[in-house]
Design a protein around this ligand. Structure first.
Ligand code: FMN
Length: 365
């Protein structure tokens, strides 16, 4: 495994991440999201004659109206070479009417002149924007500094990512997590935006969700296993200098994480990590997610077709969701939330041990 020479610094790391994710197979290998262990039960009745075209996917995202229960999960910013990626994603989501996140804004904290690489609203004012900072950086910066960081790009919400697995695998990663919960809690209590806590692919457990439930955090994004694998990305970047291969497939699968979080947290919950089809999205919504996040597939669509590629891809996945909703006889997202489901295999086994029987299945409403 060889990699071009590393460019030092937070900003350059963001360029490398994009290159590695697009150029190498760093998705989970054996582990899946476990959504394949969910079966949805169609409601009785017959399909609408107009099929998928009359199905309404509009929904609510923390008080904002959006066109479908989907958002683009935060990925990048912080270097001139990735500014266009954010702007293209903004162009795509603006056409479709769903929110987007930017990647960690740490680079603009360190170099304020890089703020423009995240500032997609200067061209796409209507975009609902999720700002982003790491939990370990929420410990370092004051609430006032974080608020200024969000103001500079007019972010509507703040995502705080917790990624101890990635940091542990990253050469020079920041593994000081003592005090992170208090920092998250302080920010959520004192900042003028709703805060979502997210993982990046190792999943949030019910124990973590229960701790967050005692804070003012408004939302949790599962960031579960089954999609992009950040331990794999960092091991690849380390070029064989890290002996952490045993952790290559570590993480709580997205479907399991979703139900664990739902068992312990009453707030807004989103499912991210390996969401790849409209069927995955329908299953996540039926299991209780308010929306689903996608990262890697959107990055791929952007690299191939710019803003148009992003918009086309998002329209395609929304159409897949509509077809699945038509199959299930659900005319809108509220009906999808009430659809019956059963769980099987590994997921059922996990849930029996972790959340008890109540979430294992649901009879159709
Ligand atoms: C190139 C790239 C960069 C990312 N950078 C960040 C980041 O800076 N902050 C963050 O919270 N998540 C980051 N993520 C994680 C995503 O938001 C998402 O949680 C994860 O990739 C799982 O989704 P996926 O399987 O659809 O890719 C990044 C993802 C990608 C693909």
């Amino acid at each position: 495994m060889s990699l071009p020479a590393l460019i030092p610094g937070t900003a350059s790391r963001k360029v490398e991440h994009v290159k590695v994710v697009l150029g190498t197979d760093v998705q989970f290998r054996k582990k899946t999201t476990m959504f394949e262990d969910v079966r949805l039960i169609p409601k009785g009745g017959t399909h609408s004659g107009d099929f998928a075209y009359t199905i309404d996917t509009n929904t609510d995202f923390l008080g904002r109206k959006i066109a479908a229960p989907i958002f683009v999960s935060g990925m990048t910013g912080g270097h001139d070479k990735v500014a266009k990626i954010n702007m293209d994603i903004a162009g795509g989501v603006s056409e479709v009417g769903i929110p987007m996140g930017v990647g960690s804004q740490r680079a603009m904290m360190e170099h304020p002149e890089l703020a423009y690489t995240y500032d997609v609203k200067k061209e796409h004012k209507d975009v609902i924007l999720l700002g982003n900072i790491g939990a370990s950086h929420a410990m370092v910066y004051s609430v006032k500094q974080i608020k200024e960081m969000l103001d500079k790009v007019d972010a509507d919400f703040l995502c705080i990512h917790t990624n101890p697995g990635q940091e542990a695998a990253q050469v020079g990663g920041d593994i000081k997590y003592k005090g992170a919960l208090k920092a998250i809690s302080d920010v959520a209590e004192n900042i003028d935006r709703k805060v979502i806590v997210k993982e990046v692919g190792n999943g949030i457990s019910k124990e973590v969700a229960a701790m967050l439930a005692k804070t003012k955090v408004a939302g949790i994004d599962t960031g579960g296993a089954g999609g992009t694998n950040w331990i794999a990305v960092e091991l690849y970047r380390a070029g064989g200098t890290r002996s952490m291969d045993i952790y290559r497939d570590w993480g709580l699968p997205t479907a399991g994480s979703l139900l664990e979080v739902k068992s312990a947290f009453d707030g807004f919950v989103t499912a991210t990590g390996g969401i790849r089809t409209g069927v995955d999205i329908a299953k996540a919504i039926a299991l209780g997610a308010d929306a689903c996040g996608l990262a890697y597939p959107v990055l791929k669509a952007q690299s191939r077709g710019g803003a148009k590629g992003v918009a086309d891809y998002l329209r395609h996945i929304i159409m897949e969701l509509k077809v699945e909703m038509a199959r299930l006889n659900c005319k809108d997202i509220n009906e999808l939330r009430g659809v019956g489901y059963t769980t099987h295999g590994q997921l059922k086994h996990l849930l029996e041990q972790r959340v008890g029987r109540s979430l294992l299945q649901r009879e159709p409403a």
